[in-house]
Unconditional design. Structure first.
Length: 156
């Protein structure tokens, strides 16, 4: 089934988001880009590590997303850290704005991928983890890894 979202190859993924936040919901948004930025993303020169989303005047923007300049781009290259507008339906933006402002949640970019030649950004509506939550999820991950390791050893 090639239509599933899990099958789509990701250009970049924000692993730090899964460590620092509980991801409550996921949304897909288009990104307003220039030509050299698209070429640079296709080469995988993108970093989502310290990026976040903000909603201002009914529009949603991604801040801190670093797209390295395209080597052959010369004068057409843009600022790597410029604020980029995201493309979503107005009612989705209004709903996200209500949840972020009332419940103290945050919007975090999770991954970037291409759908039919267009760059898409997966946004997560997230709640911050406390330090003990991070330790708990890390312990759970380590236990799962140990179980899988012992299962593999038993197969031999």
């Amino acid at each position: 089934m090639a239509g599933k979202k899990d099958d789509i190859p990701r250009v970049a993924k924000n692993r730090k988001a899964e460590h620092d936040y509980f991801i409550l919901e996921k949304y897909e948004a288009g990104i307003e880009l220039f030509g050299t930025e698209v070429k640079s993303i296709r080469q995988g020169k993108l970093n989502l590590k310290d990026s976040w989303c903000s909603i201002e005047k009914g529009e949603i923007f991604v801040n801190g997303m670093h797209i390295s300049p395209y080597e052959q781009g010369n004068i057409f290259n843009r600022d790597p850290l410029r604020v980029r507008r995201l493309l979503m339906h107005k009612r989705e933006i209004n709903r996200l704005f209500a949840e972020v402002s009332q419940q103290g949640l945050t919007l975090v970019p999770l991954s970037v991928y291409f759908v039919n030649g267009r760059a898409k950004l997966e946004i997560g509506l997230c709640k911050g983890k406390k330090t003990y939550d991070k330790r708990e999820s890390e312990a759970r991950r380590d236990a799962k890894r140990d179980i899988e390791r012992s299962m593999r050893q038993r197969e031999y």
